[in-house]
Write a protein that binds this ligand. Structure first.
Ligand code: AMP
Ligand code: GLY
Length: 426
């Protein structure tokens, strides 16, 4: 079969690496892809938001399955456009992707169906939000309703900060139209865990757990980023907590979406906080996490095409997900200055050290081929260097060792990915 993957980041590289392992797949395309993806797939130079062009190209080239990676095209309805052309696509349609596309929607859904999450209020008018904040307990969390590259969340320690936050989200429109509405939410404390799940509209199958590191600098300092590194599994996500999540969060979410006429086919990413009152939902995403996919998928034993087909066809109850009993750590090599300003265009050397290895992987995020055929940096997050190991500590040591195999100008990484591993009782 012929598969087209839509996207161009480390997540899509990880997905394609898994798709390439499927015996059912003869040919992989990626729109628009990057320099690393180009080793496994033929690149199709169409941007992810050009829905008609993607659908026309896929129809003309008799693509059997389109896998949509990023949030923007999912929330914007690419899957609907593909389906309307009779194409088979993996990922939620627009009606279901609202689970990520509107935080106000997802909070109201959780409230209506008693899914544990932080207490909140939604606001359309900045004056109402400001009045509410006057009597609210600090710290408090402000969230732009719509998509904001993972950056639309402000944690405010004081009333002054919170007022300034309302201004920047709702009045100055720091995150554009994403800030037309805003969620004001109770501040929670606890361990954060990401659980990605496959869903077919009614059945939900959790993958192994992971933890991201969102802040740019060591010790969780600095600005929020798309994610600077991950490890899997989370030692804090015990069997007991998994049982609670399945019962009180995962299945209720799929059932709630179904009850609302928004059957969810694809990946639901649960951002969870393990609070002293039990696990609660921080956020939903309607797709694989980036860089969560880079540590979860290398540990998945199933043929990913079988699982995706089951999600589309509603037969996921017949699939048992299997993960290797080891661990993985991904360290993101970024461009110095990310997530703000950074230079691009530096040559990357040492990539060949990863060729043919099945214990270390170099997933490309922001890379491209220069006209003279060299791989150069082309984004804030450049590479996701991932390693497996028999346990988390071994995987972390292997990942940091592997980061030394590759070099580029202005490279920046966190040195404490997996810091929580040392705090766990393992
Ligand atoms: P989100 O995009 O909703 O996952 O938020 C980004 C980050 O902000 C999360 O990973 C948390 O670290 C933090 N965060 C979001 N909501 C809350 C909350 N209610 N309490 C504490 N921290 C939060
Ligand atoms: N790593 C967080 C995300 O993909 O949203």
């Amino acid at each position: 079969m012929k598969v087209l993957v839509v996207g161009s980041g480390g997540r899509e590289h990880a997905i394609i690496s898994k798709v390439a392992k499927s015996k059912q797949v003869d040919k992989i395309y990626c729109a628009p892809g990057n320099a690393g993806i180009a080793q496994l797939a033929e690149l199709v130079p169409i941007p992810v938001m050009e829905f008609d062009k993607i659908a026309d190209w896929a129809a003309e080239n008799a693509i059997d399955l389109v896998i949509v990676g990023p949030d923007d095209p999912l929330v914007g309805g690419l899957v609907d456009v593909l389906n309307a052309k009779g194409l088979r696509a993996f990922g939620p349609d627009k009606k279901a992707a609202i689970l990520e596309g509107s935080k106000a929607f997802s909070k109201d859904l959780m409230k209506k169906y008693n899914i544990p999450t932080a207490a909140y209020e939604n606001f359309d008018d900045p004056q109402d939000a400001l009045a509410y904040l006057e009597t609210a307990k600090m710290p408090i969390v402000l969230k732009a309703d719509g998509l904001a590259l993972g950056k639309g969340v402000l944690i405010c320690e004081t009333l002054e900060e919170a007022k300034a936050g309302v201004k920047s989200i709702m009045e100055d429109k720091q995150f554009g139209d994403a800030g037309n509405r805003m969620v004001v939410e109770e501040f929670m404390t606890g361990r954060e865990v990401s659980v990605l799940t496959f869903c077919d509209g009614k059945t939900i199958r959790p993958m192994t757990s992971a933890q991201d590191h969102k802040r740019a600098m060591d010790n969780d300092q600095g600005l929020n980023t798309g994610g600077m590194g991950t490890f899997s599994p989370s030692p804090f996500y015990t069997k007991e907590i998994d049982e609670i999540c399945k019962k009180t969060i995962f299945q209720p979410t799929v059932d709630a979406m179904r009850a609302e006429g928004r059957d969810f086919h694809g990946v639901i990413f649960f951002g969870l906080m393990l609070t002293k009152d039990g696990p609660k939902v921080l956020e939903y995403n309607a797709r694989f996490g980036d860089p969560e996919a880079q540590v979860v998928l290398p540990r998945m034993e199933n043929d990913i095409i079988d699982v995706m087909n089951a999600c589309i066809d509603g037969t996921l109850d017949q699939i048992e997900l299997k993960f290797t009993d080891n661990a993985a750590v991904c360290v993101v090599l970024a461009s110095k200055g990310y997530p703000l300003h950074y230079e691009k265009g530096f040559a990357i050397t040492g990539l060949e050290n990863f060729d043919g290895r099945d214990d270390i992987f170099c997933f490309h995020a922001g890379t491209k081929l220069s006209p003279d055929g060299r791989v150069i940096t082309n984004g804030g997050r450049v590479l996701g260097v991932t390693a497996l190991g028999e346990d988390l500590k071994a995987a972390r040591a292997n990942a940091y060792k592997a980061t030394e195999l590759v070099t580029f100008g202005n490279a920046y990484k966190r040195n404490d990915i997996g810091r929580a591993i040392d705090e766990a009782d393992i």
